[in-house]
Design a protein. Structure first.
Length: 492
C-alpha cells in the first residue's frame, strides 16, 4: 500500500489558484480515440453535475472504446473500456480517458482555537475493478505497450499553510496500473489496492479559515502498437465506475495534537466531509428456524431495509460431510460461484402464514424483501443447495445494479450451513432411526413433526411435498447411501 502526500506534477493534476478557490464546483468528462479518425471529447462543468457522461465508439472489424464519467460531492466515478477484436486488423495506437472532479470549501470554527493551526486525517474508499486480456501475439511481442492506469487525489489549500516542500497545496495521491512495457512479456498490476479504504494521510489547516479542497478520480488506458503492427486482440476494462468515495474526516485535533470534539463545521456545497460518503452497509439477513440446518433448504429472515435489494448467494463449501463419506459426489468445481435468489412465492400449504420459498437463479432479482416476505421465513431451494455445505448470503443494494461484482453497498454476509444428508432432527450431524421416525411424522401430518423444510429431501429440486419418496431417501441415508442427486447446474 502506497500513500504519497506531495505536489502533483502531471498536467492533468495541477490545480490553478482560481480553481482551488472555487466555492463548490464540478468538472468531469471523457476523451476517446479509436482508429485514425475517430475521436470523442465530452466534458461537463458547473456548480452541480448534470448526470452521467456515457460515450462509445465502435469500428466494425477493428474494435471498441467506451468511457463513463460521473461526479457528486463526496463521490467520483470513471470507467474506460478498450477492446481490439480483429487480429487481422490490429490496433495501432488507441486510448481512452475518463475524469471526475469536484471542488468545495469547508471550515472548522472554534472560538478558543480560531486562528491557530490544527490537523485532521483523510482517506478515500476506492471501489472498482480492472481486467486486461492480451492475446499472446500482443503479450509476447517486444513491440507493444499497454498501460491501464487509475489515480485518486485529494488536494487541499489553506492560506498560511504550506506542505513540507513549501507548496501551498497539500496533496494525497493513490494510484495503480496494469502495465506492459516494450520488451516485456508479462502484464502485471502495481500500486494501491482496490475495494478498500486507502492509507490515511494527515492534513494541516487553520481554525476559522476556509479549507479549499478538490478531489478527483481519473482512469487512462492506452495501447501502443505503432512499431510493428503486431497481430493480436485486446480486451481491457478499467472500471472505477463504482466510485472513489470520500472516507470522512477523522481525528480532528489542535496544534498540540489534542482531540477537538465540538468545533463548528460548514461547507459551501452542504456536504458533510466529516462523514464517509461510502453507502451505508445494509442490514444483514438473520438465521431462521432457530438456526437449525436443513438438508435441502437455506432458511433465513429479512430485516426491514431501505429500498430494493438483490440477495446474492456464494456457494462457499459444497458437500463436505462429517464424518467424510468417500462415496459422496464431488461438487468442489462449483465452490465460490455466485447465485441469486429469485422471486418468493407461496410453497408449503400448511405453512403459508409462516414461510415463502424462492429458487436460486443466475441473475439478480431486486425487490423489497422485507415487504415481499411479510414477516415470513424465506426458504431457498435449488440444485445448488446440497447437504453438508456452507453458503454466504447478503443483500446487494439496487444502486449496484449492473455492477454487482464490485459494488460496496452490501450487507454483512449471513453464513448458512446445511445438514448431513438425511439428518432432519436432533441429534445434529447423525442420521438415525430418530430421523426416520421424524420424517414419517411429517408424512402423516403429525403436530409433533419437524418443519416441512426439514423433511423435504426429494427430488433433485425439492417439491414442497412430503411423501414416501422423502421417507425412502431418509432410510437410504440411514443405511449409509450417499447423496443421490446431480448437484449444481452451471450458469451460462
Amino acid at each position: 500500500m502506497q500513500t504519497r502526500v506531495a505536489v502533483i506534477g502531471s498536467a492533468f493534476l495541477l490545480v490553478s489558484a482560481s480553481s482551488v478557490r472555487a466555492q463548490h464546483y464540478v468538472e468531469y468528462g471523457v476523451n476517446l480515440s479509436l482508429g485514425p479518425t475517430h475521436y470523442i471529447e465530452h466534458y461537463e462543468q458547473g456548480p452541480s453535475p448534470v448526470g452521467p457522461i456515457i460515450e462509445e465508439d465502435v469500428i466494425e472489424g477493428y474494435g471498441r472504446v467506451a468511457g463513463v464519467a460521473n461526479v457528486g460531492f463526496g463521490v467520483n466515478k470513471a470507467r474506460v473500456d478498450l477492446a481490439g477484436t480483429n487480429p487481422d486488423n490490429p490496433f495501432f495506437f488507441e486510448y481512452g480517458f475518463a475524469t471526475s472532479r469536484y471542488f468545495d470549501m469547508f471550515q472548522f470554527d472554534d472560538p478558543q482555537l480560531d486562528g491557530t493551526h490544527g490537523f485532521f486525517d483523510v482517506t478515500l474508499y476506492v471501489a472498482g475493478s480492472g481486467s486486461v486480456n492480451l492475446s499472446d501475439g500482443y503479450l509476447l511481442s517486444p513491440d507493444t505497450m499497454l498501460d491501464a492506469f487509475w489515480h485518486a487525489v485529494i488536494n487541499v489549500a489553506v492560506d498560511g499553510v504550506l506542505d513540507p516542500n513549501g507548496s501551498t497545496i497539500q496533496s494525497v495521491y493513490y494510484a495503480g496500473q496494469w502495465y506492459k512495457d516494450l520488451d516485456m512479456t508479462s502484464l502485471d498490476y502495481y500500486g494501491d489496492p482496490l475495494n478498500t479504504y486507502q492509507q490515511t494521510a494527515t492534513l494541516e489547516f487553520i481554525y476559522g479559515q476556509p479549507i479549499f479542497m478538490d478531489t478527483f478520480l481519473q482512469v487512462d488506458t492506452y495501447f501502443d502498437n505503432q512499431t510493428s503492427s503486431v497481430a493480436g486482440t485486446l480486451d481491457s476494462v478499467l472500471d472505477l465506475g463504482n466510485s472513489s468515495y470520500w472516507g470522512g474526516i477523522k481525528n480532528l485535533r489542535d496544534s498540540q495534537g489534542d482531540p477537538v470534539n465540538n468545533a463548528g463545521y460548514s461547507s459551501s456545497s452542504g456536504f458533510d466531509y466529516r462523514q464517509s460518503a461510502l453507502p451505508a452497509v445494509l442490514p444483514a439477513l438473520s438465521q431462521a428456524d432457530g438456526g437449525v440446518p436443513r438438508n435441502r433448504y437455506l432458511s433465513m429472515s429479512a430485516p426491514a431495509q431501505v429500498g430494493p435489494t438483490a440477495l446474492r448467494v456464494v456457494l462457499t463449501s459444497l458437500m463436505h460431510p462429517e464424518p467424510p463419506n468417500s462415496s459422496s459426489p464431488d461438487f468442489t468445481a462449483f465452490e465460490n460461484q455466485v447465485r441469486w435468489i429469485g422471486p418468493p412465492k407461496n410453497c408449503f400449504a400448511e405453512e403459508a402464514t409462516t414461510s415463502k420459498c424462492a429458487a436460486l437463479q443466475c441473475s439478480p432479482y431486486y425487490t423489497d424483501w422485507f415487504a415481499a416476505l411479510g414477516g415470513r421465513t424465506l426458504q431457498v431451494i435449488g440444485p445448488e443447495v446440497v447437504s453438508s455445505s456452507a453458503y454466504d448470503v447478503q443483500h446487494v443494494s439496487a444502486a449496484c445494479q449492473g455492477n454487482e461484482a464490485n459494488c460496496a453497498s452490501v450487507s454483512t454476509p449471513l453464513h448458512v450451513n446445511t445438514a448431513l444428508w438425511g439428518d432432519v432432527t436432533a441429534p445434529i450431524n447423525l442420521v438415525s432411526f430418530v430421523d426416520v421416525s421424524a420424517i414419517v411424522r411429517c408424512f402423516s401430518g403429525s403436530p409433533t413433526a419437524p418443519p416441512k423444510s426439514a423433511c423435504d429431501l426429494y427430488p433433485a429440486i425439492p417439491d414442497q411435498q412430503i411423501n414416501f419418496l422423502d421417507v425412502s431417501s431418509c432410510v437410504n441415508a440411514f443405511q449409509g447411501k450417499p447423496y443421490p442427486f446431480g448437484g449444481p447446474v452451471a450458469c451460462p
